[in-house]
Design a protein around this ligand. Structure first.
Ligand SMILES: Cc1ncc(COP(=O)(O)O)c(C=O)c1O
Length: 500
C-alpha cells in the first residue's frame, strides 16, 4: 500500500505525542490506535518503511522500529518479501490507550428547516435488494443498452481533455443543452433556446431548486390533489402554504379553487401529460384555463412532464409550455424515467429571466452535474440511440402493462379493481373500504412486493384508498409469479383481518 497515512496518524496523536515519548514509540502507538479503531482494517498493507519515513519526515530506522513493535504486539504480521499486513485486533486486548474520545452527549441542534426535511420524508430502505416488482415509476430497466453506454463511456475517457476535467458551467454542457432542445422539438413540439435549458440530476432536483428559488415561508402555491408526494414534502419543508386543486376526468380543476382562498400564489405545480398518480391526461380546455388563470393571478406554472415519453406516445398532447406565450411556465423533464433512475440526469426549461438565479443556486449547491454523464447523454441523443431506445421501452412497457392487467384481474380481480389506465408507468387498483391501503401496502412491501398506498398522495381530504403499482421493470415470467404471490399475500392479509 502506498497510501499516505499522515491524516490517520494525526488523528491518533502523531506527531504531537513525539515530545512525550520516543518518536518510534509515538508512531507505533498512533498506528496501534488506528488498527483498534478500524481506521486500518484487517489485511491492509502498511506503506513500505521508506515511503512512510519520507511522508512523515522521520528516519527509516524509526519506522522499522515502530513496525517491529506492532509485530511483537500482533497488530500486524510481517510477510517475508512482501511487507506488513494489519491483523484483526479487538480493543479489549489493549493495555495502553493513547487517546480517549469523550463527549458530554450534547450536539448542535439541527435547524428548524432541517427538522422539517426529516419530518416530511419517509426514509425508505433502498438497500435491501428485494427486486423491482411492483415499484411504481420504473422503466424496463432490463433493456437499457448497457453496451452502447459503455462504449460511449470509453470514448469519453479516450477523448477527454484536461480542461474538460476542470470546473464546469452550472447550467450544463452546451452540446447536451442543444441536443435536448432538438429532442424536445421533435418529440414534444417544444420550441426553446438552449440558453433556457438547465441540466440537473432529475425532476426531484428541479423541484427542489425551484422551491428554494421561489418559496419563502408562508408563500402560497397551488398543487394538484392528489399529487406527487415527494414534491409535496419539499414544498412543506420550505413552509409553503398549499392550496389543493382537485382533479377530475379532465385534469386539474383550477376554476374550482375558491378565489377567497387565493393569496398571491407563487406557482401551480401540475403534471398534465399523465397526472400523478391518477393517470388523467389534461384536456386542452383545462391547459388553456390553467394558463389564463396563472396569467391573471401573476403566478408561474411548474409543468412536471416526468414521463411524457411514455404517456404521449399514443395520444400526444401539447405541453402547457408549448401553449404559453407569456413566459410563465417552468418545464421539467427527466431522463431518469426513460433510461433508468440511477442515470440521474434531467433538465429544466425556464423563462429567460430566471436563468441566472438558477445558475447561482446550482453554483452554491451541486455546482454542476458531472460532465462525463452529460457528454455521454449528449452523444447518446446525437447518435440516435435515444430515439431507438424510446421506441423499445414504450413497446416493452405497453406489452408488460397488458400482461400485468390480464394476470392481475385473474388473480386479484375479486378483491380490488384496476382503473383502466393505458399510459405511463403505473396502474392503480381501488380497494374496498374494509381494506386500508396503508396497511396492505406495508404488509406486501415487507413481504417482498413493493406497492405504494394511494392515500400517500392525498394532499387534503380523504379521497383515495388503493394501490399504486409499476409493471414496466418486471418481465412477463416475474409478473406472473409475483402476482400469484401477491394474491396469496392479499388473501392471507384479509383472513388475518377478519379473524381480529
Ligand atoms: C411526478 C414525478 N415527478 C418527478 C419525479 C422524480 O423524477 P427523478 O427521478 O427525475 O427525480 C417522479 C418520480 O417518480 C414523479 O413521479
Amino acid at each position: 500500500m502506498q497510501n499516505k497515512l499522515n491524516g490517520i496518524l494525526a488523528t491518533n496523536g502523531f506527531p504531537e505525542n513525539k515530545t512525550k515519548m520516543s518518536v518510534y514509540r509515538a508512531l507505533a502507538e498512533a498506528l496501534m490506535e488506528a488498527v483498534l479503531s478500524k481506521q486500518l482494517v484487517k489485511g491492509e498493507k502498511l506503506p513500505p518503511s521508506r515511503v512512510l519515513a519520507n511522508d512523515i519526515g522521520v528516519s527509516r530506522s524509526t519506522v522499522i522500529k515502530a513496525y517491529e513493535i506492532l509485530c511483537i504486539e500482533k497488530y500486524v504480521k510481517s510477510v517475508q518479501g512482501s511487507g506488513y499486513y494489519v491483523e484483526d485486533v479487538q480493543r479489549k486486548k489493549i493495555k495502553h490507550r493513547l487517546l480517549s474520545i469523550s463527549t458530554n452527549g450534547s450536539r448542535p441542534e439541527i435547524s428548524e428547516r432541517g427538522k422539517r426535511f426529516r419530518k416530511y420524508v419517509n426514509l425508505m430502505n433502498r438497500t435491501s435488494g428485494g427486486g423491482t416488482a411492483f415499484r411504481p415509476g420504473l422503466p424496463p430497466l432490463d433493456i437499457f443498452p448497457v453496451r452502447q453506454w459503455q462504449s460511449l463511456t470509453n470514448r469519453y475517457w479516450r477523448d477527454v481533455t484536461y480542461s474538460e476535467m476542470s470546473y464546469g458551467d452550472p447550467q450544463g454542457l452546451l452540446s447536451l443543452r442543444k441536443n435536448i432542445t432538438d429532442y424536445l422539438r421533435i418529440y414534444r413540439n417544444i420550441h426553446c433556446h438552449h440558453d433556457q435549458v438547465i441540466i440537473v440530476t432529475g425532476s426531484m432536483h428541479s423541484i427542489s431548486i425551484i422551491g428554494d428559488l421561489l418559496i419563502d415561508a408562508d408563500d402560497q402555491i397551488i398543487v394538484e390533489n392528489p399529487a406527487y408526494a415527494n414534491a409535496i414534502a419539499i414544498f412543506k419543508s420550505l413552509k409553503a402554504k398549499l392550496l389543493a386543486a382537485s382533479i377530475d376526468d379532465e385534469g386539474i380543476d383550477i376554476k374550482g379553487v375558491p378565489l377567497s382562498k387565493v393569496q398571491d400564489p407563487k406557482f401551480i405545480y401540475t403534471t398534465p401529460s399523465n397526472q400523478y398518480p391518477s393517470g388523467i391526461k389534461m384536456s386542452l380546455d383545462r391547459r388553456l384555463e390553467v394558463l389564463e388563470w396563472a396569467q391573471k393571478h401573476n403566478c408561474l406554472i411548474v409543468e412536471d412532464d416526468y414521463d411524457h415519453e411514455f404517456s404521449n406516445w399514443e395520444e400526444p398532447i401539447t405541453s402547457i409550455f408549448g401553449l404559453d406565450k407569456s413566459e410563465s411556465v417552468i418545464y421539467l423533464g427527466t431522463f431518469n424515467k426513460l433510461l433508468h433512475p440511477s442515470v440521474r440526469l434531467g433538465y429544466i426549461i425556464v423563462p429567460p429571466y430566471l436563468v441566472n438565479d438558477i445558475r447561482a443556486s446550482l453554483e452554491q449547491t451541486l455546482r454542476f452535474v458531472p460532465p462525463m454523464n452529460q457528454k455521454i447523454m449528449s452523444t447518446f441523443i446525437e447518435k440516435g440511440y435515444l430515439s431507438t431506445h424510446l421506441r423499445k421501452v414504450v413497446e416493452v412497457s405497453n406489452t408488460r402493462r397488458s400482461y400485468f392487467i390480464d394476470q392481475f384481474n385473474r388473480e386479484l380481480g375479486a378483491i380490488m379493481s384496476l382503473r383502466p389506465l393505458t399510459q405511463g408507468l403505473h396502474v392503480i387498483a381501488d380497494l374496498p373500504k374494509s381494506i386500508v391501503d396503508n396497511e396492505l401496502a406495508k404488509f406486501l412491501t415487507e413481504n417482498g412486493i413493493t406497492v405504494f398506498p394511494l392515500s400517500k398522495y392525498v394532499v387534503k381530504g380523504n379521497m383515495g384508498n388503493g394501490l399504486v403499482m409499476g409493471f414496466s421493470s418486471v418481465d412477463k415470467a416475474s409478473i406472473k409469479s409475483k402476482i400469484r404471490e401477491m394474491g396469496a399475500l392479499c388473501r392471507q392479509f384479509i383472513k388475518h383481518q377478519q379473524s381480529q
